[in-house]
Design a protein. Structure first.
Ligand code: GMT
Length: 371
């Protein structure tokens, strides 16, 4: 099948899922055309059956704000026409689903493609429910041929907020076990004094509550020789750095910035901390589990469908840094318990979120629509 994909190209869960899905579909013989504002973060430079088209943006003094969505719709239309695209998969409703709909409408009827929109979380919970985006998000979903969401929780939230005419289908995110099966990481490079490694990976948005990580870590470091490794970039990094300084933890915390090859770093962690306000799914916890790293997260949103409390990690209430620190100290001081949880995490990741099974679900959906 000839498939188009749009996604946010930056280091974020939705872009990573879209990229991994595109790669998996290309390996199965489909032809994939990405249309994005820049080369997607996790997409290798050259892959068979994969083409990457970047959006052409003009700047004109009259436009106070960049008109990126129009340029994206225009590029989708061009690519779809030139390559006879049968199905467009929009990852993240805003603006990708709307742009795909605009592009489809610009094509003559015989060249129109089907549209699948995958909701990833904040496109519904933060952006879509904001009054400034509510109607256009609802329009995007109602004019897609199928809408999927990455967890049962997000499916329920979407149906509750938007009174849609067609049901939303849940298709979970998957783990790239090929990548993580042989994952290796250099512990000594991250913790030269052989301290325990507590890791956090995100795009440092407010929803990630990164200052909770530092506060929980202060309590952990009080009891256990430990290092906090913060991976990623984003608006809250400076606040986290300020709390590190304020709590006198500067010599125990490393900010690594964005890191593309997560498999070369995640396995070094003794535990992953993810204290988000809510997560529709939690790609990083899933990748941690696949690397046998226990996860301490918040029992909010779809993350409870990924992390099993007491089995693959522990779940605390949002903001309860005492709870996070207590479970962390238990894990960091009981190597056998941590090892067992790591194994159970990998088993759960591969059993519930395997690439083959999830990619086949998308393929079945595409076939249902394209015929
Ligand atoms: O908002 C973010 O944190 C990034 C966002 C994205 O779209 O890149 O992540 C969302 O999509 C991921 C992939 O489906 C999910 O694993 C994340 O849980 C979700 N983030 C939130 O719901 C906060």
């Amino acid at each position: 099948m000839k498939i188009g994909i749009t996604c946010h190209p930056t280091a974020g869960g939705s872009g990573i899922v879209a990229t991994e899905l595109g790669i998996a579909l290309a390996e199965k013989g489909h032809t994939i055309h990405f249309v994005t504002t820049e080369h997607p973060f996790r997409l290798p430079d050259c892959r068979e059956n994969i083409f990457c088209h970047c959006v052409d943006l003009i700047s004109y003094p009259l436009f106070r704000y960049p008109l990126c969505a129009f340029a994206l719709a225009n590029r989708i239309c061009q690519v779809a026409e030139e390559h006879a695209i049968q199905l467009w998969h929009a990852h993240y409703a805003t603006p990708h689903a709307t742009c795909a709909i605009m592009a489809r409408e610009m094509l003559p009827p015989e060249k129109r493609f089907k549209i699948v929109t995958t909701l990833h979380g904040t496109d519904i919970t933060l952006v879509g429910t904001d009054p400034s985006f509510f109607r256009i998000t609802k329009f995007a979903m109602e004019n897609s041929d199928a809408v999927t969401a990455v967890s049962k929780w997000l499916t329920r939230e979407t149906e509750r907020e938007f009174d849609l005419t067609s049901p939303v289908r849940t298709i979970y995110n998957f783990v790239n076990e090929d990548l993580l099966a042989h994952a290796r990481a250099d512990r000594a490079a991250l913790a030269p004094k052989n301290e325990k490694i507590v890791m956090h990976i995100s795009n440092f948005r407010p929803v990630k509550r990164v200052t909770d990580i530092v506060r929980a870590f202060a309590k952990i470091a009080d009891q256990v020789p430990a290092r906090l490794v913060m991976v990623g970039e984003g608006p809250e990094r400076l606040s986290a750095a300020a709390v590190v300084k304020q709590l006198g933890l500067s010599d125990k915390v490393t900010f690594l910035g964005n890191y593309r090859a997560i498999e070369n770093i995640l396995p070094a962690a003794d535990l992953l901390l993810q204290p988000s306000e809510h997560e529709s799914f939690g790609m990083v916890p899933l990748e941690a589990m696949a690397c046998r790293v226990p996860v301490i997260a918040t029992a909010s949103g779809g993350i409870i469908e990924v992390v099993e409390h007491g089995v693959t990690g522990y779940l605390c209430e949002v903001g309860d840094t005492d709870c996070m620190a207590a479970w962390a100290i238990e894990l960091l001081t009981d190597a056998e318990r941590a090892r067992q949880m790591g194994e159970q995490g990998r088993e759960r990741a591969l059993r519930l979120f395997p690439k083959d099974k999830i990619v086949a679900q998308y393929e079945a959906l595409y076939s249902e629509l394209v015929g």
